[in-house]
Ligand binder design. Structure first.
Ligand SMILES: Cc1cc2nc3c(=O)[nH]c(=O)nc-3n(C[C@H](O)[C@H](O)[C@H](O)COP(=O)(O)OP(=O)(O)OC[C@H]3O[C@@H](n4cnc5c(N)ncnc54)[C@H](O)[C@@H]3O)c2cc1C
Length: 400
């Protein structure tokens, strides 16, 4: 990783303020500070400490190799992996409408594994533990109320009346991003009118380190392997059905989930309480404004069917770090428009392709008319046998 020698840093004050300390913002603050930029991280809510004795956080993500590479680069990956992460080396996706299935196997891609399933708050907490030693100025709880542009800096106004001057403002403040709205950046996309019901369940059969996903007429159902042998359920359903499923008593939920998963892991034998998250496709019209960039869910929110949301966000982080380091090496202002445009152009075009690709998948799997369902089955069958195409899909998901 290239860094900016401290002797080259100019002037007093901060280079970058990252607003939002979720997985993406915390990774951005750590990456930028490690690269040599004087960085502050502002977060409204203190992160919940992760403790080995606690039950597995209901929110988990599938981390792709590109994300693992970044976390390794930031020296946090080994702690995350050793704390509680479940490697998976297979993915089996099948269609309730026509029985067509597609399999991805790490060995076919010349890898040991396809990724790891990890708890969101373990990733966030581990990153936070490294911030202080890396020299990140942490302000938490701190809410950015507003900001004002000056010719050479941005003045942040915090809710407690404090202010902060920085050269570049990085907004990683989530899908509802107040800073994106303040920067006048609109979004486009669509509300899926679906919710993902999540829970951790025990199953009769072992998960076999496989990510299972069944496409049902109501939406995809994923069973993701957890390190303790259970599986994490992400069950996307139309709003009303999601509410109904959430309200079922445990036994009725286990029975319905067994049927929905086609008993692929046998009977579902126990469950944690459930939670549900609304799903939408949202893409910011621009990733950059004057002395301002967007990262993570503040820039893009995608359907969880491909398990890529945070992976895209962490690719934003790596690109921003590399762009700013290169600008600095070339003696440019890290917040100059052409520098930020370069980051924005690269990431927005990559994220747009992915976001609309996942959206197309959601639409195709939403087809219910029998001829279309049959055509979908033929398509999946062909892809499963077209090794070069399958390889390209797997490599893309891995972030290579
Ligand atoms: C059901 C479900 C399953 C998913 N599965 C996967 C998966 O398998 N793989 C994957 O890659 N992704 C997955 N995702 C997506 C992933 O969870 C998100 O992309 C990721 O959590 C976004 O992280 P973030 O840091 O960008 O945003 P957030 O986690 O939303 O963090 C934003 C932070 O900003 C703070 N904030 C907001 N406003 C302010 C302010 N004004 N001042 C200070 N702080 C502020 C908030 O408190 C918050 O901590 C899934 C999502 C869902 C809903």
């Amino acid at each position: 990783m290239r860094t900016v020698p401290s002797s080259l840093r100019r002037g007093p004050g901060l280079d970058v303020a990252v607003v939002g300390g979720g997985m993406v913002g915390a990774a951005a603050a750590l990456a930028l500070s490690r690269a040599g930029f004087r960085t502050a991280l502002l977060e409204a809510r203190p992160p919940l400490p992760w403790q080995a004795g606690d039950d597995v956080d209901l929110r988990v993500v599938g981390l792709a190799p590109s994300s693992i590479a970044l976390l390794r680069d930031l020296d946090v990956w080994t702690s995350i992996r050793d704390a509680r992460a479940c490697p998976y080396s297979h993915m089996h996706v099948w269609d309730a409408g026509n029985g067509a299935a597609i399999d991805f196997d790490a060995a076919d891609e010349g890898r040991d594994l396809l990724g790891y399933i990890v708890e969101n708050n373990l990733v966030q907490w581990t990153l936070w533990q490294s911030l202080e030693a890396a020299g990140v100025r942490r302000l938490c709880p701190a809410t950015v109320k507003d900001y004002e542009l000056r010719s050479d800096r941005v003045m942040l106004e915090l809710a407690d009346g404090e202010s902060l001057a920085v050269r570049l403002l990085v907004a990683a403040d989530g899908a509802g991003s107040p800073l994106r709205a303040r920067a006048g950046i609109a979004t486009r996309g669509r509300d899926y009118a679906q919710r993902a019901v999540v829970a951790h369940v025990a199953t009769e059969r072992a998960h076999a380190h496989t990510a299972w996903q069944r496409f049902l007429p109501t939406g995809p159902l994923a069973l993701l392997p957890l390190a303790d042998g259970r599986s994490s359920v992400v069950w996307s359903l139309p709003e009303a059905q999601a509410r109904r499923v959430q309200a079922l008593d445990d036994q009725a939920f286990l029975d319905e989930l067994g049927i929905a998963s086609d008993f692929r892991l046998g009977r579902i034998t126990s469950t944690t309480p459930r939670a549900a998250f609304p799903l939408k496709l949202q893409l910011a019209d621009a990733y950059q404004a004057e002395r301002f960039v967007l990262l993570g869910d503040a820039a893009h929110t995608v359907h969880p069917l491909a398990g890529q949301g945070v992976n895209l966000g962490l690719r934003d982080v790596a690109e921003l770090r590399d762009t700013l380091v290169q600008a600095h090496e070339q003696g440019r202002d890290i917040a100059a428009s052409h520098v930020l445009r370069r980051y924005a152009r690269r990431r927005r075009s990559a994220d747009t392709l992915d976001a609309y690709g996942f959206d197309a998948l959601a639409r195709i799997y939403g087809w219910q008319a029998q001829p279309l369902v049959a055509a979908r089955g033929v398509g999946v069958h062909v892809i499963d046998r077209l090794t070069p195409l399958k390889r390209r899909i797997a490599a893309h998901a891995a972030g290579s």
